[in-house]
Design a protein around this ligand. Structure first.
Ligand code: AMP
Length: 219
């Protein structure tokens, strides 16, 4: 059983790297942000509660974030382990998490704020299947259209200059201290998030002493 936390500021490639790691090692990829986005898209009661907060780039209340995470982890569909992304985001959440789960490693994707800004403002998301695109590095074949499902590409509601400034400030004020806490208790692998995605994945594997990443042909 392998249990990892992946951390990094918005646009650092957390979701991409967590997906690659989870697919290869049969881990459940648990993204708290994705769960909240699903609720917004489905217009659930919770979605209505969090939509404005998310769009402003602010953090949802701890109680709700903790409840959503605990509920997701209680599904126990993670026989081989999990990689959790987007949680914990502050000290209280970290303490809550460590009370219930022991973890094998924390992956910190490190990216300077200037690069974060460049990447996040170029980020697009398929409104149909959720596939991620980036107008700098991962353009779709047809502008504005998803290569996979043909859906329309949209900008995440919180990928604006204003919301990004809030998220960066929160990250440094609230999430950086979580890394200090993990550094004292657990193994933190700090990975440079600037190279290409295969190289980053390789570095993660090396740091966590996992089998090397073998990209599929053509990647
Ligand atoms: P993410 O996809 O991880 O960037 O998360 C998108 C948004 O969901 C964040 O800006 C927050 O509004 C909310 N969110 C995700 N995870 C948490 C968390 N652990 N605590 C509070 N809010 C969260």
């Amino acid at each position: 059983m392998r249990k990892y936390v992946i951390m990094g500021v918005q646009g650092s490639g957390k979701s991409t790297q967590a997906t690659m790691l989870a697919a290869d090692l049969d881990l459940a990829h648990i993204s708290v942000g994705d769960i909240f986005r699903w609720h917004v898209q489905q217009h659930t009661k919770m979605g209505a509660q969090v939509r404005r907060v998310m769009a402003a780039g602010e953090l949802v209340g701890d109680e709700l974030a903790e409840a959503v995470t605990a509920e997701r982890l209680s599904q126990h569909d993670w026989n081989y382990g999990f990689v959790i992304d987007g949680f914990p985001r502050n000290r209280r959440q970290a303490e809550f998490f460590l009370e219930s789960y022991d973890i094998d490693g924390v992956i910190q994707l490190d990216l300077p704020d200037s690069e974060v800004r460049r990447r996040v403002l170029a980020r697009r998301l398929c409104s149909g299947c959720g596939m991620d695109y980036n107008l700098i590095a991962g353009r779709p074949a047809v502008e504005g259209t998803c290569d996979v499902c043909g859906g329309t590409l949209v900008t995440r509601e919180d990928d604006t200059e204003e919301a990004l400034a809030v998220r960066l400030r929160d990250y440094h004020e609230k999430t950086d201290p979580v890394l200090d806490l993990f550094r004292r208790k657990e193994y933190v692998a700090t990975i440079d998030a600037r190279p290409g995605k295969a190289e980053i994945q390789q570095a993660i594997r090396g740091s966590l002493r996992l089998p090397p990443y073998q990209p599929a042909a053509g990647q």
